[in-house]
Design a protein around this ligand. Structure first.
Ligand SMILES: NC(=O)c1ccc[n+]([C@@H]2O[C@H](COP(=O)([O-])OP(=O)(O)OC[C@H]3O[C@@H](n4cnc5c(N)ncnc54)[C@H](OP(=O)(O)O)[C@@H]3O)[C@@H](O)[C@H]2O)c1
Length: 209
């Protein structure tokens, strides 16, 4: 969010609590300066105000959160699901992931959103610390999954507004299952190597045009 606001996007932060959303928005403006357009609203209002909605909550809250905003999502909106079904949702560790009945958290979102919503999944394999450190480029590819090429392209472009990031076309939304599970692997790698920002790069691809 900080990165997109820095790149000139208009950002609305959603929260369950209006005051918390406003406080988070003020914190972002304090970091980015007066030209940044960052406001805070309760989740349903934030979803209504935005044309790109990024769903980023713990997996245990995924279903309820989508239900709480679903009626504010229009067919013109782009819905990006970042959620990873980590085992922490059922009292397990963060280095393992759960199986999801629909195949992935992103496919679960499709079931809950209005028909024809443009759903993509992305940003699973980049840690928030790296995104928040504005002094450093982000050393990570962002694999984007979604059932339409146009939707994936739009999200890859958005990802590449973040310095250092390359968007990678991950194909259909069903592939999100694989990408989501990689996050659990990366968390385990972070633990074993005593680091905090393990990410992924896909080699052998041509330069993006
Ligand atoms: N952190 C990372 O580096 C990272 C990287 C890749 C993917 N992800 C995935 O992105 C998602 C968010 O991760 P995070 O680390 O930002 O999680 P988080 O800090 O625990 O939660 C994000 C926000 O979700 C809301 N929330 C928390 N519990 C909730 C509940 N029970 N019901 C409804 N809303 C709740 C809270 O906002 P309010 O209190 O303001 O409502 C909270 O600030 C997760 O699925 C995670 O696996 C995270």
């Amino acid at each position: 969010m900080l990165r997109w606001a820095k790149a000139g996007e208009r950002v609305v932060i959603g929260s369950r609590m209006q005051q918390k959303a406003e406080d988070a928005a003020k914190k972002a403006r304090d970091i980015l300066g007066p030209n940044a357009s960052v406001t805070g609203m309760e989740n349903p209002k934030a979803a209504a105000a935005a044309d790109i909605i990024v769903m980023s909550v713990p997996f245990a809250a995924h279903v309820d959160m989508i239900k709480s905003v679903a009626e504010r999502v229009t067919p013109d909106d782009l819905f990006i699901d970042v959620v990873v079904p980590l085992s922490t949702a059922v009292g397990g560790g963060a280095s393992t992931a759960l199986g999801v009945w629909e195949g992935s958290a992103a496919q679960q979102a499709v079931r809950l959103l209005p028909p024809h919503t443009k759903v993509a999944s992305a940003f699973h394999n980049v840690v928030s610390e790296a995104l928040q450190n504005l002094n450093k480029d982000v050393d990570c590819d962002i694999i984007v999954c979604g059932d339409s090429r146009e939707t994936r392209e739009a999200v890859m472009k958005l990802a590449e507004e973040i310095p250092g990031v390359r968007g990678v076309d991950g194909g259909r939304l069903e592939n999100s299952r694989i990408v989501e599970q990689i996050t659990a692997l990366l968390i385990g790698i972070n633990i074993r190597y005593k680091v905090s920002e393990a990410g992924i790069r896909i080699t052998g691809l041509p330069p993006r045009s």
